[in-house]
Design a protein around this ligand. Structure first.
Ligand code: FAD
Length: 361
């Protein structure tokens, strides 16, 4: 069978591509997805107790890019949620990322925002050259904050200490001297009102788009020919691991539904940097706005080396390997590699959409 356009993967990259090809070029698109669901890593579903949960970990949409927000708003209304995270440190729940509120609560101070700025500068260590993630935090907030919030959390997540990881890993987490305790500060934030999967249903609902679920591309490609292929799966798998496998961290989720309570924790997510083996606990109703009164579901996250690829391991050798695959991908005829696994990059959801909306098709 011949198909003009094939898109491998029904996540953000694949679904946005399929929609653009169908709408803008007026051409048919076949989307091949190995899972039994659309929406990729943003997939959500109702669990056996009727609570909407995210299968691959908590996803909060946030962007400064109005074009991305407007594009997705064609397929969903929004629950205008702004995420807050607390960190369980020294027996207290304090706001994360570090802000003036965190410093005041943790050290029992009553400082204004400018005073906190001075406090952080006073406690920061002089680091002549930022070579790793430990240097990033020491130079911004000093050793005590580093040890309490970052050192052990990072180890739980990566099985490596911040000193072993590139500066970029922790640079994503800001240290603020102001009183803003939101996790993200982007202008547009929220979750699709009826869930991500429903939003994707709208995105893929076009007469020129067909979706084949539970279909691994590598199992069916011999039976197809095509003009253009858009691949959003793992780039190392595409090239049959010719350069060796790219390393990823995965996450195992332990769900618990508590009955007889509306909520069990004070914020959407609570981080546990120093206690227990899990990294964080998310209470889904806090995110989704679901109003079941008598039950609530939480998920505890355990980082692991095995399982679905979640986060690319950010060490030098692995990033160099990813570059080799990027060179192979760039030379592949009639094929484009897009999205977090195909480009071996940590993308937020809006960044993937922006990347695909910005492509010349
Ligand atoms: C724990 C966690 C939390 C996150 N939270 C947030 C958040 O709060 N906010 C945010 O903006 N971003 C968040 N992200 C990032 C977000 O998940 C990604 O931006 C998004 O999933 C990228 O979409 P994608 O299309 O590139 O990849 P994916 O969503 O992974 O889609 C790729 C698809 O390709 C399919 N595929 C792979 N191989 C094959 C094959 N051989 N044949 C057929 N199909 C195949 C996969 O099954 C998958 O459906 C989070 C990520 C993680 C891991």
């Amino acid at each position: 069978m011949h198909v003009k356009n094939i898109v491998v993967g029904a996540g953000y990259a694949g679904a946005t591509l399929a929609r653009r090809i169908a709408e803008e070029k007026g051409e048919p698109v076949l989307v091949v997805e190995r899972h039994d669901h659309i929406a990729g890593h943003a997939y959500d579903h109702y669990n056996e107790h009727g609570i909407l949960v995210h299968k691959y970990g908590p996803h909060i949409f946030h962007t400064t890019d109005k074009a991305v927000w407007d594009f997705l708003s064609r397929f969903t209304e929004w629950h205008l949620y702004q995420h807050r995270v607390l960190s369980y440190v020294d027996g207290m729940l304090v706001p994360m990322p570090i802000s003036a509120e965190t410093v005041n609560m943790l050290y029992n101070l009553g400082l204004s925002a400018p005073q906190v700025e001075a406090w952080l500068a006073e406690h920061a260590e002089k680091v002549p050259e930022i070579r790793n993630s430990e240097d990033v935090v020491l130079s911004k907030a000093g050793r005590d904050i580093y040890e309490k919030f970052f050192k052990n959390y990072t180890f739980k997540q990566w099985d490596k200490y911040p000193a072993e990881l590139s500066p970029d890993v922790i640079k994503r987490i800001p240290v603020r001297a102001n009183r803003d305790t939101r996790y993200f500060t982007d202008r547009y934030q929220g979750l699709p009102r009826r869930g991500y999967t429903e939003m994707f249903r709208g995105l893929l609902a076009h007469p020129l788009i067909s979706v084949m679920l539970q279909t691994d591309w590598f199992a069916v490609k011999k039976e197809l020919t095509w003009d253009r292929l858009y691949f959003t799966g793992p780039v190392d798998r595409y090239f049959e691991y010719s350069e060796g496998p790219i390393l990823y961290r995965s996450v195992r989720f332990e769900y618990e539904t508590v009955f007889g309570k509306e909520f069990v924790q004070e914020a959407g997510t609570v981080n546990y940097p120093n206690d227990y083996d899990f990294t964080r606990v998310t209470e889904y109703k806090r995110l989704t706005g679901q109003t079941a009164l008598d039950r609530t579901t939480v998920a505890r996250e355990y980082s692991s080396a095995e399982g679905e690829p979640f986060y690319i391991v950010p060490d030098e050798a692995n990033l160099a390997l990813a570059k080799k695959y990027a060179a192979l991908a760039a030379a592949e005829p009639n094929t484009r590699f897009l999205g977090r696994l195909a480009e071996s990059r940590y993308y937020n959801m809006d960044q993937v959409v922006a990347r695909v909306l910005g492509l010349a098709l």
